[in-house]
Write a protein that binds this ligand. Structure first.
Ligand code: MRU
Length: 328
């Protein structure tokens, strides 16, 4: 059964609090843009496309509450710096406001289009996979990270529903454990065979010949096809290249920032080091030890076999092909 990360209620936004999963299903009722911004910052909702959709509804709520549009825009924009879908969705909402269009309809369109894009990516991506396949994935890119279905996890879902024999290696994804907590939860609900592994297990499994493909999502993709995604993605891409395993990225066109050419220019979010020092509410390091939490890394285009978008598959990953497919 497919899950929903958020539900628009007209006067508020119901949000499944992902910090509580998989053990508790707690729904928040967000009433204005400040509450929506806080939910994004604090990871109650996460995943680039979901952040984009939710920020659009946050924009609607802020305007409904009579707040100044520029203030609403700024508050929502200053939540998470890497996920391009956030800036893309807020840009669309600002344009709708300037053009006097119905804001609620615009936010609903963003949600609907994201769902449709995921279904299309699922179809295109499933075609790339053999009938029997062991896939390694990182972070959570499923229904929880999008308007529904998912990007990388959507491809896995589509392959499964087409009758392919899919088995998933789920990277736990330290420190937030999006893989262990969220991807495993979604796969379990769908009845898709999976095994959770620690992040450092990937290389050994690849060496043993137990991984046929790697599929991940993206937070921002540049014009030449460099991909910012959850920290650990770059290491997986290098491992996959070394072991001659195809490395796929699945992302909608709303994740592409064609104003940036090189991955080094993508703003990378650094979060509170306490998130690295703690696990499941327990401090696991000496209290005095400094720690670092870099939330994303960048995988250069040359390590990527193909980028699956709703407009088509980008392969080889070159600037010319990125522009051709993304611009439609
Ligand atoms: O920090 P998160 O959980 O928001 O990071 C999410 C990811 O890195 C995903 O891979 C990406 O946003 C794509 S989700 C369809």
């Amino acid at each position: 059964m497919e899950v929903k990360a958020f539900i628009w209620r007209g006067e508020s936004l119901a949000l499944l609090d992902q910090r509580e999963l998989p053990h508790k299903e707690v729904w928040l009722d967000l009433k204005d843009h400040l509450q929506v911004a806080q939910a994004i910052k604090s990871m109650a909702v996460r995943g680039a496309p979901a952040i984009g959709c939710v920020s659009a509804y946050g924009f609607v709520l802020g305007i409904k509450r009579g707040a100044d549009p520029q203030e609403v825009y700024e508050v929502l924009k200053n939540t998470r710096p890497t996920a391009y879908n956030l800036f893309w969705a807020l840009g669309r909402m600002l344009r709708a406001l300037e053009e006097g269009r119905d804001l609620e309809e615009e936010a609903k369109a963003i949600e609907r289009e994201d769902y449709e894009a995921n279904r299309r990516m699922g179809d295109l991506g499933a075609e790339l996979l053999p009938d029997e396949v062991r896939i390694l994935t990182h972070c959570n890119t499923g229904a929880l990270a999008t308007a529904g279905w998912g990007t990388a996890l959507g491809v896995i879902r589509s392959a499964h529903y087409r009758g392919k024999k899919v088995k998933v290696w789920v990277d736990e994804t330290r420190p937030y454990l999006q893989g262990a907590r969220l991807t495993a939860w979604e796969l379990l609900k769908e009845g898709i065979p999976h095994t959770v592994i620690t992040d450092s297990t990937a290389g050994f499994l690849m060496k043993k010949g137990a991984v046929d493909a790697v599929i991940v999502g993206a937070d921002r993709i540049t014009a030449k096809g460099d991909v910012a995604n959850k920290i650990g993605t770059y290491s997986l891409a290098l491992l996959a290249k070394h072991h001659n395993i195809p490395f796929y990225v699945a992302a909608p066109s709303s994740t592409f920032d064609l104003s940036i050419k090189n991955g080094e220019d993508i703003p990378i979010e650094e979060r509170d080091p306490s998130e690295t020092k703690n696990c499941g509410g327990v401090t696991i390091t000496p209290k005095e030890s400094p720690a670092l939490h870099i939330a994303f890394d960048v995988t250069p285009a040359e390590y990527i076999t193909a980028i699956i978008t709703e407009n088509g598959v980008i392969s080889p990953v070159t600037e010319e092909k990125v522009r051709e497919i993304v611009n439609g």
